[in-house]
Design a protein around this ligand. Structure first.
Ligand code: KIV
Length: 256
């Protein structure tokens, strides 16, 4: 069964689990863990490149990362995140989405309600994941969206429109749980929440966040399932200690 169908069929039956990855080794670790999709997010701009937002991420950056992830993920479908300015026109969107597929992605994610572009990609047979709510490519500040009724209605309508166009899933980012529930109950496509509460059909997190790699980044919705920052620092401290004391390399780690 093709991956879009597998994801669609899970709605109302099983939760969908998605994580981001940006490189070969992480993709290799995630592959076969039971996650449904790997998202090569443009969050790469923040968690890998160290920028304060995703607005400087380019198509070249994204293609590089999709290629590295594709070398590690042999089973898990990969979704490439269309970066800012990559789909300003239908022609740009088609050309760039095809580049993602050639690099090893199985589909693309597009932020916002861009009907013309989404329709053109779907008509061309390219699986599209929608994304509504907080849209980092457009946001001036990161905040929960849809608390006010008017904004909530706009997000709701955007989700309905993307659903009508035939996206295979929709990311709901940073919104009140009640709005995410309403969207989830009114669209055919599975919803994948991030900061959108428990009623979504699935959840996505940035892998670096859930593994606790950056101690300084902790929005309310992020649950840390590990504290890799501490583990790495402890390991490095031990290395410094052993090298300084002349205890590494020992016999076991030396060629003769
Ligand atoms: O760029 C990204 O990683 C994303 C997810 C947070 C949904 O868009």
């Amino acid at each position: 069964m093709e991956f879009q169908e597998r994801i669609r069929r899970k709605k109302g039956r099983e939760k969908i689990v998605v994580l981001t990855a940006y490189d070969y080794q992480m993709a290799k670790i995630l592959d076969g863990t039971g996650i449904d999709l790997i998202l090569v997010g443009d969050s790469v701009g923040m968690v890998v490149q160290g920028h304060s937002n995703t607005k400087s991420v380019t198509m070249n950056d994204m293609i590089y990362h999709v290629k590295t992830v594709a070398r590690g993920a042999k089973e898990t479908p990969i979704i490439g995140d269309m970066p800012i300015n990559s789909c300003n026109t239908v022609e740009d969107a088609l050309r760039n989405a095809k580049q993602f597929l050639e690099a090893g992605a199985h589909g693309v994610k597009i932020e916002g309600n861009r009907s013309e572009v989404v329709k053109a990609l779907i008509d061309a047979g390219i699986p599209v994941m929608g994304h509504v709510g907080m849209l980092p490519q457009m946001a001036e500040t990161y905040r929960v969206k849809g608390k006010e009724p008017e904004e909530a209605e706009e997000i709701f309508r955007d989700a309905l429109n993307l659903d009508e166009l035939g996206v295979f899933s929709i990311v709901l980012e940073c919104m009140p749980q009640s709005l995410a529930k309403r969207i989830t109950e009114n669209v055919k496509a599975p919803t994948i929440g991030i900061g959108a509460g428990k009623y979504c059909d699935g959840q996505v997190l940035v892998v670096n966040d859930m593994l606790g790699l950056d101690e300084s980044f902790k929005p309310k919705y992020v649950k840390r399932y590990a504290s890799l920052n501490e583990i790495i620092k402890d390991a490095v401290a031990k290395f410094v200690e052993e090298v300084s004391a002349g205890n590494y390399p020992d016999e076991k780690h030396t060629y003769h």
